[in-house]
Design a protein around this ligand. Sequence first.
Ligand SMILES: Cc1cc2nc3c(=O)[nH]c(=O)nc-3n(C[C@H](O)[C@H](O)[C@H](O)COP(=O)(O)OP(=O)(O)OC[C@H]3O[C@@H](n4cnc5c(N)ncnc54)[C@H](O)[C@@H]3O)c2cc1C
Length: 458
Amino acid sequence: MAGLSCGIALAEAGWRVRLYEKRPHLGGRAASYTLPDGTEIDNCQHVTLGCCTNLDDFYGRVGAREKIRFFDYLAFADASGRISRMRAAALPAPLHLALAFVRLGGLRAGEKWAIARALNEILRSGGRPSDARGITMLEWLERRRQPAGAIANFWRLVLVSALDEELDRAEAQYGIDVFWKSFLVNRAGFRMGVPAAPLGELYEGCRKALERRGGEIRTRARVARFRIEQERVGALAFEDGNEEIADAYVAAVPHGALLEMLPAELVEREPVFGNLRRLQASPITGVHLWYDRTVTEEPFLALMGLESQWIFNKTALLNPAPAPPNESAKQYLQVVISASYDLVSESRQEIIERARKEMELVLPAAREAQVVKATVVKETAATFSPAPGVDQWRPESQSPIGQLFLAGDWTRTGWPATMEGAVRSGYLAAQAVLNLAGQHRTFLQPDLPAEGFVHLWS
Ligand SMILES: Cc1cc2nc3c(=O)[nH]c(=O)nc-3n(C[C@H](O)[C@H](O)[C@H](O)COP(=O)(O)OP(=O)(O)OC[C@H]3O[C@@H](n4cnc5c(N)ncnc54)[C@H](O)[C@@H]3O)c2cc1C
């Protein structure tokens, strides 16, 4: 998405863009593909939020905005299957969710009071508490004496999936940003957007947008390396010996792939590149389950106190509903487990079994139902880990090498590894390319504005 958003922005500014993608399909870590038996799946459910203003702008530019379905509530289920919903009241932020929070199930009154105190502190500091950098979210919460139930059933519930990291490994500022941007600053921030089409369909407009300006997308085209001459890029080189020469080069690959494309001596000498080795990866596991009957009517559920964090009802969410993989399949659920370190070495069968048992806890109808097909997608390097201090290793778009620009969710966007972060990085790289050519254009979209009450509070 970093490469696509950068390419679209540069094409709009009149540049001829050629985009090389090593896979047969677009979308990178947010992609859909077809299994050997013909079933089409997303590598994992991807969601956006109202606060993801750049992602929304990108979808708008490529004609995909109407394929995102937004929900005005969040639905939570506890381990006994009790479901509660958080819906905004007709009040400006930060009061819009206050009533829903008071009514939310799964938390004791004392836990809610402690959470409210911590949220109030985030508000009063304008989202920037003085001690949130360089410590973990768990340390920050412990300093605020958050009870164990509040941590497990509220803070962890929201943050592990938003950051793809455990609270004792993620920097506090990253966690606080999630609450500030999505729940506190503007009433639209928390609205959850779920694609109503396979992810691959969201990128259909990209090819045309580049071609209109004389550019093109080449898939199954793996770039081998950058040929560097006198601190500038001389050319892009391919395995077959072919080369491509351009006015500017944007590397929008994962940081590990970038290091392989650069001369080893340059990586050793240049800290901007060498420090990328300090970024750690964290995993996400997606479990895809097809049942022989309908086991839930809910489009999605966030799960409290379980290993599985989200259930997405793909049969209800996709429009049209996806073709069933076989005659007995009636409902397709996708279960998401972020920061799934414990599952990396587990067998696929074991992972399916664990997810199936949790579905039976939360969805009573699943107890009688048969799983007629299941598959697991383990992404061991799903995102970079937002560890304390990680921002110092994240580079700006302009690299120390002439004409070489960097894009990717791992660059210095201020956001964790998300589609929003990837699109921001793409827009920032496009702006940097244009700046160097003496063209000045802004693609980066502003955040949602703080509503009046938020100013009063802070
Ligand atoms: C399982 C999972 C679930 C997620 N859920 C969410 C979610 O719900 N919401 C959200 O906002 N984010 C989510 N994310 C994060 C999001 O997918 C990423 O942050 C985002 O897609 C990263 O985009 P990118 O362009 O920076 O990198 P990538 O998507 O990794 O793109 C890099 C591209 O470079 C290509 N490439 C690599 N090497 C070469 C080469 N040598 N030559 C040519 N091409 C090459 C790759 O094939 C790839 O297409 C999730 C990620 C995963 C893995």
